[in-house]
Design a protein around this ligand. Structure first.
Ligand SMILES: C[S@@+](CC[C@H](N)C(=O)[O-])C[C@H]1O[C@@H](n2cnc3c(N)ncnc32)[C@H](O)[C@@H]1O
Length: 269
């Protein structure tokens, strides 16, 4: 059976039909992360690309990378935002309207990119490769659209990422309701480098130091349930879970949650 985290039908028609569920997870990180720089600002800083270049972000979601860094985008960057969910792409279009940069938008699956060969100087895949059924097809497609010397950036999580939330999911027997968190799956900081090295040169991993300190139950519950099958998890179960997490916080104080997140940088041969 295909895990829900890489189930294309579920991801496109439900999980990422629009940004609602994704935003519950973004909110938790936005409000309670200990590193004040912010993940997306840090990612942008790592790109270090020339003033004139063509960039593809595949699996762009609501376009937050560009919204967060709007004031630093060089005028000479031709940026194409692509996602296999038309709903997400609509959100990106709306979110980026005010940025005043001429972005191009394209519905596209990373396993079969509809762009000319050697078209891009850089491809970014931020927290999306763990959703892809065939990463081999994805790497082949990315390599084809990059020109030689082009840069590939892939962000993901490590095994320790949010382990306290996964433990909470287990304590409350929510294993079947949630997919176990976005870091579950096969594309992790621990194994991603070796995988990318089969397709690209000079692979480097940079980690972003961060953590969460969460004094409220509601955002944690919203995070967990953003990946849950809501038919199996009604309002009553939700309220019970909020009370249970509140009790944990009352007993031990704000929840301290591990984050392990990073970015692979590589070059196309
Ligand atoms: C976790 S979100 C990350 C969004 C954005 N990159 C960010 O970090 O803010 C994953 C995104 O990848 C998209 N996605 C998943 N599988 C995809 C595929 N095979 N091809 C293209 N996009 C995909 C989803 O629709 C979703 O918008």
């Amino acid at each position: 059976m295909v895990s829900r985290i890489a189930d294309q039908g579920y991801l496109r028609a439900d999980q990422y039909q629009d940004a609602t569920k994704f935003n519950a997870r973004v909110e938790l990180h936005k409000r309670f992360s200990t590193n004040q720089q912010g993940w997306l600002r840090w990612v942008f800083e790592q790109l270090d690309l020339p003033a004139q270049c063509a960039i593809l972000e595949i699996g762009c979601g609501p376009g937050y990378l560009w919204q967060e860094n709007a004031e630093h985008i060089p005028a000479g960057w031709q940026i194409t935002l692509a996602d296999f969910s038309p709903g997400m792409l609509d959100e990106a279009r709306r979110n980026l309207q005010a940025v005043g940069h001429p972005f191009a938008f394209e519905v596209a699956d990373v396993q079969n990119l509809p762009f000319a060969a050697a078209h891009f100087d850089a491809v970014i895949a931020n927290h999306m490769l763990y959703h892809v059924p065939s990463r081999e097809r994805a790497y082949a497609a990315i390599k084809r659209v990059l020109h030689p010397g082009g840069r590939f950036f892939a962000a993901t999580n490590g095994e320790a990422h949010l382990r306290e939330i996964h433990a909470l999911v287990e304590r409350h027997d929510l294993g079947t309701a949630a997919w176990g968190g976005p870091s579950t799956g096969t594309f992790l900081l621990e194994n991603g480098g070796a995988e990318i090295a089969r397709w690209f040169e000079g692979v480097e991993l940079r980690r972003y130091p961060d953590g969460l300190i969460v004094p409220e139950a509601e955002p944690i519950v919203a995070f967990i349930l953003s990946t849950a099958d809501t038919r199996a998890f009604g309002a009553e179960e939700r309220a019970r879970l909020v009370r249970a997490v509140e009790a944990e916080i009352a007993a031990q104080g704000p929840l301290r949650i591990t984050k392990d997140v990073g970015l692979f940088l590589a070059t196309c041969e």
